[in-house]
Design a binder for this molecule. Structure first.
Ligand SMILES: NC(=O)c1ccc[n+]([C@@H]2O[C@H](COP(=O)([O-])OP(=O)(O)OC[C@H]3O[C@@H](n4cnc5c(N)ncnc54)[C@H](O)[C@@H]3O)[C@@H](O)[C@H]2O)c1
Length: 357
């Protein structure tokens, strides 16, 4: 029997992974205790997604286990052992702002939870491929030190800089910079995943996400910017831009394109790899540009206000260079650009919010 174990299986990337791999594996084990509702309130609950997945896939088995619960996880690993061929670890506390409220909770989920999973994989399924969704926030504030110029609707790195053509690559330093508490707990996990590859020879890989997005994101003010923006555009709720004149740039990758990266890696795994994984030059926008696109799609004028103070640890300009991944896996390519991501999000969110047009 060939099994994939997916943590955070009711979340954006976890649920996309369940859909993608359900037809490729005999059994999918999902681990998710809906802590997203604890972090961000009922609006951000992923229970709806858990029910949807269970209804869609008969070979899906859900565990309400907390990834901090080593004994609970051990039971799962003991039961399925070496049949587990793939682990996709996406469960996390994902917000900067929330992490500062409860640093201990943030760290024990993001860092210790990852260590629990790595060690159990080493003990029970050492040949499995272990994939981890890290974040560009591991680079801390370093991207904000790049020489940027202000354009009409966005910040942009100057055109003779090496990062201008493709974006930021994996050589950017993680050190001596402000990460936020969340960024620090993700650094710990990121380095551990690399180490289980480099030190123990396991098939591990780190994917440092830009903005990960898609129609199944339970967007909330503190996490999931495009999804939350589209939600406000549909419901006409007010939206607040924090600092940088609304010209801060993010790259956005559709959850399906990211999971397709996982599939490429799984078929030809390497050890202890690190990849920047975002929308790159192919799919990126500033806040102001995203607002304009949402307005065009929904037909609603956005009610937004501006606060001068930026979020701690927020990047002014971040575009992922995905060339390293492409050089290792040349057949992988994007299937979703920004316009199609937003349109798909609009359709699915309108249905979920039961808005008629
Ligand atoms: N969404 C983004 O823009 C983005 C960007 C960069 C990196 N990432 C990383 O990618 C990963 C997936 O992000 P996402 O957007 O799918 O997140 P998400 O919040 O949609 O999904 C994560 C899931 O993990 C679950 N979870 C949280 N704590 C748990 C615990 N202790 N035990 C079991 N389950 C728990 C939550 O209930 C949620 O359903 C995270 O590691 C995140 O840090 C996300």
């Amino acid at each position: 029997m060939k099994i994939a174990l997916i943590t955070g299986s009711s979340g954006l990337i976890g649920s996309e992974s369940v859909h993608f791999f359900a037809e490729k594996f005999d059994l999918i084990l999902g681990i998710d205790n809906n802590m997203r509702a604890y972090f961000f309130g009922q609006d951000a609950s992923t229970a709806w997604n858990e029910n949807r997945i269970a209804a869609l896939h008969t070979n899906y088995k859900h565990f309400n286990t907390d990834i901090r619960d080593y004994a609970g996880l051990e039971e799962i690993f003991q039961t399925y052992g070496k049949d587990i061929a793939l682990i996709i670890h996406t469960a996390a506390q994902p917000s900067h702002d929330w992490a500062a409220k409860e640093p201990l909770t943030d760290f024990t989920i993001n860092a210790n939870g990852t260590l629990n999973l790595l060690e159990l994989t080493r003990q029970h399924a050492p040949d499995a491929v272990f994939l981890f969704t890290s974040t560009n926030k591991v680079y801390g504030d370093n991207p904000n030190l790049l020489p940027l110029q202000e354009l009409e609707t966005r910040w942009e790195v100057i055109s003779d800089h090496p990062y201008f053509k493709e974006g930021i690559d994996e050589h950017m330093s993680l050190d001596q910079t402000k990460h936020s508490i969340f960024g620090a707990s993700k650094v710990a996990a990121d380095v551990l995943v690399q180490e289980y590859g480099r030190y123990f020879g396991m098939k591990t890989a780190v994917f440092r996400g830009g903005c990960l997005t898609g129609p199944n994101h339970s967007g909330t003010q503190l996490h999931g910017f495009l999804s939350y923006l589209m939600r406000c555009s549909i419901t006409k709720d007010p939206y607040t831009i924090f600092g940088y004149k609304g010209k801060q740039v993010r790259d956005n990758i559709h959850s399906h394109d990211l999971v397709n990266m996982f599939w490429s890696f799984y078929q030809a795994p390497r050890s202890g790899e690190v990849y920047n994984a975002g929308g790159s030059r192919f799919s990126n926008c500033s806040m102001l540009e995203a607002i304009r696109m949402c307005e065009e799609i929904t037909g609603n004028k956005m009610k937004y206000s501006y606060t001068e103070t930026n979020r701690i640890g927020d990047h002014i300009w971040y575009i992922s260079d995905v060339s390293k991944f492409k050089s290792h896996y040349p057949t992988w390519s994007y299937q979703h650009d920004l316009q199609s991501i937003l349109s798909e999000m609009f359709q699915s969110m309108s249905r979920r919010l039961k808005v008629t047009h």
